[in-house]
Design a protein around this ligand. Structure first.
Ligand code: NDP
Length: 328
């Protein structure tokens, strides 16, 4: 029996149990590539999984963790060989496929992205699914035709993972960034990342008018609910909002007014089943458009045995920026 360390979630009579324990390699699921996991991270969804606060896990036993970076140890996939440095985000890891909080993972080679030049395995997970989702949002806004000369962009959930990386990337690209946060005490942090204006999230969390004064040409929203509704109602003519999160709720109490009166577009962002070509593009752009010093500034390192407690802190909104997890 070959055992390795993993955070295992089991079904209990009521809810789930979670523990850092030993996992038998024979229990790994099908896949054509085995990876020695080196780094992972704690995303919002990981917080939901390890605390059992939402039914993220749909297979038991489960190894939690939705993303990793590491080195290929075995492969029967022609695209990968032992020694290759890889990244894996989503694809149901930590939900329906055994996940990332483990010394070993077995996955489909088609899910993997080569670690881009200029990004270390640690930095890849400091970025993690949150940062890769921020970049997918930037790419969607660019595809829409947004450019910095059209006006400011707004980022909500600004001090969180998606928000922090979105601000760093957008400011590097030359955008004037308005950061919306519930933690105005983090104004200095957000300004260092590149925000030029900070607004209290309370300004955007009340019931939205169908249409309101135009404030931004675009935005990245990780909050949802009335916040997203307010963002849409305040978006300039032919602007766009990339919606990627639900930190305040799944609902969207909006109207069609921004769409039919201002031609505003709502761009949906999914990182989990995103096609591989777009993933590669996002990771390449993170290598060129995310300042390494800013990434270091927003990142705290923890160990595998701190992940379960950290998951609860992520959900409580107590973590600023990103957590990177040293696995091995
Ligand atoms: P974090 O927990 O790091 O950040 C979320 C931030 O949202 C918080 O820091 C806080 O920012 C803000 N926030 C939290 N609760 C509320 C609230 N009740 N009302 C308003 N704002 C709130 O999470 P991530 O950045 O990792 O993820 C953000 C969201 O994006 C999550 O909902 C996550 O599930 C989603 N997501 C979606 C993906 C996709 O594929 N579409 C992929 C990755 C993430 P502040 O303190 O600045 O106000």
């Amino acid at each position: 029996m070959t055992m390795f360390k993993a955070i295992r979630i089991d079904k209990a009579e009521k809810g789930t149990t979670v523990a850092l324990t030993q996992f038998d390699e024979a229990e790994l699921m099908d896949g054509d590539v085995t990876v020695m996991v080196e780094w992972s991270t704690v995303n919002y969804k990981d917080g939901l999984a390890v605390t059992g606060k939402a039914p993220v896990v749909r297979r038991f036993p489960m190894i939690a963790g939705i993303d990793f970076s590491g080195t290929v140890s075995e492969s029967s996939n022609p695209n990968w060989k032992p020694g290759d440095k890889v990244i894996c985000n989503g694809w149901g890891m930590g939900e329906t496929h055994l996940g990332a909080y483990a010394e070993k993972a077995r996955v489909k080679g088609d899910w993997l992205v080569k670690l881009p030049q200029g990004i270390s395995a640690r930095d890849a997970m400091a970025i993690g699914t949150a940062g890769y989702t921020a970049m997918l949002s930037v790419l969607a806004l660019e595809k829409h035709g947004l450019t910095p000369n059209q006006g400011p962009v707004v980022v909500t959930g600004a001090a969180g993972g998606v928000g922090s990386i979105a601000i760093a990337v957008l400011s590097k690209l030359g955008y004037q960034v308005i950061a919306s946060t519930g933690r105005v005490s983090e104004s200095d942090y957000l300004k260092k990342l590149g925000a030029s204006e900070i607004i209290d999230r309370a300004e955007l969390s009340g019931a939205a008018k169908p249409i309101a004064k135009e404030r931004w040409a675009g935005g990245i929203d990780s909050v949802g609910s009335t916040t997203l509704a307010n963002l849409l109602s305040m978006t300039k003519y032919r602007g766009a909002i990339a919606a990627c999160g639900l930190a305040a709720g799944m609902d969207l109490p909006s109207s069609v007014a921004p769409f039919i009166l201002r031609g505003v577009c709502l761009l949906g962002i999914d990182s989990v089943m995103c096609p591989i070509a777009l993933r590669r593009q996002a990771w390449d752009r993170l290598a060129s458009d995310l300042d390494a010093a800013k990434l270091a500034e927003i990142t705290q390192e923890i160990s595998l045995d701190e992940v379960i407690a950290a998951g609860a802190r992520v959900l409580a909104g107590e973590i600023r920026g990103r957590l990177v997890v040293k696995i091995s």
